[in-house]
Design a protein around this ligand. Structure first.
Ligand SMILES: Cc1cc2nc3c(=O)[nH]c(=O)nc-3n(C[C@H](O)[C@H](O)[C@H](O)COP(=O)(O)O)c2cc1C
Ligand code: SF4
Length: 460
């Protein structure tokens, strides 16, 4: 199969394969994976979200927190993140053998993101060619990139989001805009940029959204800037219509889920049984993330428990016969819920917890203890957190901590570092079920990154 895929100038280097490793935190895409993608002549992306750093023997330094306050622990987290990002950038540089491109991915809404990104770029000078940023509106990304003379790549899920970013800030730094990542909000793994006007149950045609994005980019004179298509890209043969197509323009492709099963990926072995057992529909798009964004993850025990918890929810009213104690205080609940509440209580969900939406949820006593402990242990990994009410600028969001959400730091760290995968957050794209159907992975084959890229270049 002959693909219309053309090597491009990416982040300043000519003839780079327009195949891009999607950044994956925490520690799913790292220096090893990134270096391998670059060594294959493509683009690797390590995650700068609380990346691992190592002691002098090469062991991962566990991220343990000693500070008494959240603010103190947040500062420890920033130091871990900076050390980890620098370590991964250096590994990527070494593994790349000077080939391909090395990108760094960060979440705009991670705690102290601008400081972390800036300090990693300072500490790993010359190692990083591009910085990629999503999960939020990274207005200052261009300024940071300009300071270091590297390219920047915003991740957007609509033409409207890009237009807002460009008009407000990117127009001042067009020369370093390396590409625009279009991450399909209904298909991609990780956090998803669905707007309030879009429904999780009504996916839109990616082609039409890409054409719209290209029109907006062309109107800003960004005709030659590539759109990097992300979200359920598996076989390139299925994307032929998007290549050499003037309506979409110059494109590259980003793979998020597929590279998890490569020998260089630190979680490949541990996640393989889960990934290989997935069926269509086993990845869920939910609003559970403490960031407030939609996100897509494998529907394991943790996700299904949280979804069930949302169902065990009753509205608070001023006066009612139905009364429950919430940590000693009596609250009235909508009496329409009497039967359901009795049922939940008789099933062992005896502890009522307040939510920020004037409701209570019913959980088992031991679950409530875990929720409260996780909230107490918060180390401020986000700029603002629905689950713990942590807020980087004000100390607290002013809202009630939300027991319907969870600690993303704890559950992602656990997924990456040998924790129980049923109790961890395993982000995945909506095509992850294809591992089980794709003959490439027969007999539990895990390819090297080079083998995966060679395979992708055949179209499959
Ligand atoms: C395990 C996992 C973790 C991810 N973490 C991040 C992240 O930290 N930052 C980010 O911008 N995107 C993240 N993503 C999104 C990927 O970079 C990529 O854009 C997306 O997965 C593409 O969709 P696909 O998985 O269908 O290929 C993550 C995806 C997965 C599967
Ligand atoms: S509670 Fe929220 S801000 Fe705190 S560490 Fe967990 S996810 Fe991060």
């Amino acid at each position: 199969m002959l693909l219309d895929l053309i090597a491009q100038k990416i982040s300043g280097l000519k003839d780079v394969l327009p195949l891009i490793e999607g950044g994956k935190g925490i520690s799913v895409s790292n220096g090893e994976t990134c270096g391998a993608w670059a060594a294959a002549g493509a683009v690797g992306t390590f995650s700068a979200v609380n990346a691992d750093s190592y002691d002098e023997k090469g062991n991962i330094i566990p991220q343990i927190y000693h500070g008494k306050t959240r603010q103190e622990r947040h500062r420890e987290l920033v130091e871990y993140a900076v050390a980890g990002g620098i370590a991964q950038a250096k590994i990527a540089r070494e593994r790349s053998n000077g080939k391909g491109r090395i990108h760094m991915n960060a979440l705009w809404e991670m705690g102290s993101s601008q400081e972390v990104i800036t300090r990693i770029l300072e500490g790993a000078k010359g190692c990083i060619h591009g910085v990629v940023c999503g999960a939020g509106m990274p207005y200052s990304l261009s300024e940071i990139a300009a300071k270091f003379g590297i390219h920047y790549y915003p991740i957007v899920s609509s033409a409207r989001a890009f237009s807002a970013l460009f008009r407000r800030s990117f127009k001042k730094c067009i020369e370093l805009l390396g590409g625009v990542v279009y991450e399909d909000p209904w298909l991609a793994g990780g956090h998803n940029g669905l707007s309030n006007a879009e429904s999780p149950n009504n996916p839109m045609n990616p082609y039409l959204r890409l054409v719209e994005l290209r029109k907006v980019m062309n109107s800003f004179n960004l005709v030659s800037i590539p759109i990097i298509i992300a979200g359920s890209v598996w076989w390139l043969s299925e994307w032929q219509d998007y290549m050499k197509n003037p309506e979409v323009g110059n494109v590259a492709f980003q793979f998020g889920t597929r590279p998890i099963l490569t020998t260089e990926c630190p979680v490949a072995k541990a996640w393989q049984p889960k990934l290989m057992s997935l069926k269509r529909g086993d990845v869920k798009l939910t609003t559970l993330s403490p960031t407030g964004f939609y996100s897509s993850a494998i529907n394991n025990e943790m996700i299904s428990n949280l979804l069930a918890r949302q169902e065990r929810q009753a509205p608070i009213v001023e006066i009612s016969e139905l009364k429950v104690k919430v940590f000693g205080r009596e609250v009235c609940l909508d009496s329409d819920y009497t039967e359901r509440v009795n049922q939940w209580i008789s099933n062992g969900f005896t502890t009522a917890m307040l939510t920020p939406e004037n409701t209570v949820v019913f959980v088992k006593p031991e679950e409530s203890q875990t929720i409260l402990k996780d909230q107490r242990d918060c180390c401020g990994c986000l700029s603002a957190c629905h689950f713990s009410s942590w807020c980087q600028t004000k100390g607290a969001t002013g809202k009630i901590p939300d027991p319907r959400s969870f600690c993303i730091q704890k559950t992602l760290q656990s997924a990456a570092h040998g924790g129980n995968l049923d109790e961890s957050l395993i982000f995945a794209g909506h095509s992850a079920y294809r591992f089980a159907e794709d003959p490439f992975y027969e007999n539990n084959f895990i390819p090297t990154t080079q083998q995966l890229i060679d395979r992708i270049l055949t179209g499959f």
